[in-house]
Design a protein around this ligand. Structure first.
Ligand code: SF4
Length: 467
């Protein structure tokens, strides 16, 4: 009820904003530029923001100079991403000077942090609107107040309604082949290096009914590759009104008829179960791809990271997953140089990637985040040394990936054709294992599944021919 009221309330602002923006810009269709930093969860949030902007009458541009509204959806997970945001916001100053009517808005994880909001307030006076992850659904209302009250608006959402899941927001998806579907929000894990639980709040799962309805709509609209999203999808369904765990939800979705593929991310080894792996193995539409972040191969470091599993438990899961899905493609996230990590401990990570044989890895050098426990730990290893370890790990992974790719030569893969490349008649698609395959073909095949024989391996990209 509260949700319905809130959405109706937002619709009122949307209708008024349509008129306000037309009058302000003297354009039938004002233009918005939305730039997204960070993970797929942010991409999915931006799709909702763009959905609301579209209902306000906006068209979209990638050129900041022709935009009437610029919005950055920011990421707080690494220092580097934050620095880029501040640099790019700084670059907007001149554009705003030339076009004082331009509206500049910032949202996303970074904006949930007090020190960031303070810096924006003090150092970037030309930013008009700042809002956090909990109040995305209130974007129209906040924009309305910003424009009609003629003052800057900062909102991080403090009342309980802002922690609820808002169903029914409009979504503007890019493309017609791949879709993101958020099934849960927030995280309860408090890994000691991670800022997500602080900026996205506690875990909240959407009801199975809401997820299944949206999934069916996506399949009926022709989407072929649907990724279920959440910070830790494996712990889906903890709310009392859910009645299904993640394995149960996945099984139900897989029963929906159609020509499509289901993926999910991100998983957590402590919540990844044999039941889930069995559902994957026995499914019709579920991609045999598991992104299972292990972060470190050393037990002491894993404990310091507050990950709640050890190396043996992780390897046992991998062993079982490979047993029930021999064609499984495994990918993972790794942190190099966690505070206090020693070189022999780092070598445990190297030996783990050799033992598992990942198709690809997302490797990061540890980045301290304000407010997390790890940020206060002693960190004696220099940045240069960590960078050397990082290179060593990447080199090892390249060798592993090359062996994987070489093994694929001669095999036939079911590939979803995603796009025509810049060169005409050269298509690009992905296997169920999420490996990119390039092959000749005409663009009419985009959005279809094709059987492709792999003829060549180039590091992590394959080349092939349709058979
Ligand atoms: S599981 Fe850990 S790393 Fe992932 S979002 Fe939650 S706290 Fe962060």
């Amino acid at each position: 009820m509260a949700q319905q009221f809130s959405l109706q309330y937002q619709n009122l602002w949307i209708q008024q904003l349509k008129e306000i923006m037309r009058a302000r810009t003297r354009k039938e269709m004002p233009l918005a530029m939305v730039h997204t930093y960070g993970c797929q969860q942010n991409v999915a949030d931006s799709e909702k923001i763009e959905g609301m902007l579209q209902e306000m009458g906006f068209g979209f541009t990638k050129d900041p100079k022709e935009a009437d509204l610029i919005l950055f959806n920011t990421c707080a997970v690494r220092e580097h991403a934050e620095d880029r945001v501040f640099g790019n916001v700084g670059a907007l100053k001149n554009i705003k000077r030339r076009n004082p009517q331009l509206i500049i808005a910032l949202c996303g994880c970074m904006m949930e942090q007090e020190h960031v909001a303070k810096r924006i307030r003090e150092s970037f006076p030309y930013v008009d609107l700042v809002f956090g992850t909990h109040v995305i659904h209130r974007f129209p209302e906040l924009l309305f107040h910003c424009l009609t009250d003629h003052h800057r608006v900062f909102s991080r959402g403090d009342d309980s309604e802002d922690r609820e899941i808002m169903e029914g927001l409009p979504v503007r998806r890019d493309g017609k082949v791949k879709a993101w579907l958020t099934i849960m929000y927030g995280c309860d894990n408090f890994c000691s290096y991670c800022v997500v639980p602080y900026v996205r709040g506690r875990e909240r799962s959407r009801t199975p009914e809401a997820v299944i309805k949206e999934f069916q709509e996506l399949v009926q609209s022709g989407y072929k590759d649907i990724t279920l999203l959440g910070q830790n999808v494996n712990s889906y369904g903890k709310n009392p009104d859910c009645g299904l765990n993640f394995a149960g939800l996945l099984k139900k979705l897989d029963e929906i008829p159609g020509d499509y593929r289901i993926r999910f991310m991100t998983s957590h080894p402590k919540d990844c179960t044999h039941e889930l792996l069995d559902v994957m193995a026995n499914g019709t539409h579920i991609a045999h791809h598991l992104h299972l972040p292990f972060q470190s191969g050393n037990d002491r470091v894993l404990k310091e990271m507050n990950r709640h599993y050890n190396r043996t438990q992780y390897l046992e899961l991998i062993h079982y997953a490979k047993k029930v899905m021999p064609d499984l493609s495994l990918t993972s996230d790794v942190i190099v140089g966690f505070p206090g990590e020693t070189y022999p401990e780092f070598l445990d990570t190297v030996s783990l990637i050799e033992e598992v044989g990942f198709t690809s890895l997302f490797t990061f050098i540890y980045s301290p985040r304000v407010g997390t426990r790890a940020a206060s730990l002693p960190d004696p290893i220099s940045a240069e040394e960590k960078s050397k370890w990082f290179q060593e790990l990447c080199k090892k992974q390249e060798e592993i990936a090359a062996v994987h790719s070489a093994k694929k030569v001669g095999s036939v893969e079911r590939v979803l054709v995603e796009e025509e490349q810049k060169k005409p008649f050269l298509l690009s698609g992905r296997t169920g294992g999420n490996i990119i395959v390039d092959f000749p073909g005409s663009r009419e095949l985009c959005g279809t599944f094709q059987n492709v024989r792999v003829t060549k391996a180039r590091n992590w990209i394959l080349e092939g021919k349709i058979i």
